[in-house]
Design a binder for this molecule. Sequence first.
Ligand code: ATP
Ligand code: MG
Length: 172
Amino acid sequence: MILDVPELSLVALVGISGSGKSTFAARHWAPTQVLSSDFFRGLVADDENDQSASSDAFDVLHYVAGKRLAAGRLTVVDATNLQSHARAGLVKVAREHDVLPTAIVLDVPESLAWERTQARTDRTFGRQVITRMHRDLRRSLGQLAKEGFRKIHVLRGVDEIAAAEIRYEKLF
Ligand code: ATP
Ligand code: MG
């Protein structure tokens, strides 16, 4: 499956914890192109899992994204991006820099994400958190277009995620 992505774009990955966003990002982009919420929570709070640091972490993430876009650099945001207000912050940064916001949704079964989560040492939350995220994801699918995402790619299941290739669209 070919995913068309504008050459200069702000790409929001969207998916529940365990859906494989960070794995997908590492496969398709250089580490410096990917801004992850975990990394920025670590920067501001010394703890990638400190959810109370999210607001500060996203402030800094948005700031860095803006600097990158101003310099004409494709930027990928590796966060769950399951809440409308979280995505609105990204659409705003993209618009401020006349850049197209793109969403790539990793839609895996809740049961698979939970299996993966249980095998991780860097995630400690319970099944009900994954269930809530999955509900948020279903709701998100119908909202992305009206929120301003100009390209929306939905990868359904592990096979589509594994087969995905990015193709960059020239803007001019
Ligand atoms: P979070 O939102 O918690 O950061 P995530 O969406 O970034 O989660 P990953 O960390 O990429 O998810 O993946 C979760 C776990 O599943 C990891 O242990 C990873 O190695 C594994 N995983 C991801 N993709 C695959 C895959 N295609 N096949 C097998 N295992 C995978
Ligand atoms: Mg991750």
